[in-house]
Write a protein that binds this ligand. Structure first.
Ligand SMILES: [Zn+2]
Length: 67
């Protein structure tokens, strides 16, 4: 079940218009919007993981230097 990117409420599928409508704020999304959105969220998560890994590596290096 997809969720609204603005308010986090559930999206309701409308078969007639083939769009998703937010039950919270009333925003409408097309299927394409949701695909693009989930792809972007996935890439953001990858970037976050990469940043976190670099920080950990740096911390390890820094700690090993101190000993
Ligand atoms: Zn909403």
């Amino acid at each position: 079940m997809p969720y609204c990117r603005e308010c986090g409420a559930k999206l309701v599928y409308d078969r007639e218009t083939k769009t998703y409508t937010c039950s919270g704020c009333g925003l409408t999304y097309t299927f394409q919007d949701l695909v693009v959105e989930s792809h972007r969220a996935f890439e953001e998560r990858l970037r976050e993981n990469e940043k976190k890994r670099r920080r950990e590596e740096y911390l390890e290096w820094w700690l090993s230097k101190k000993q």
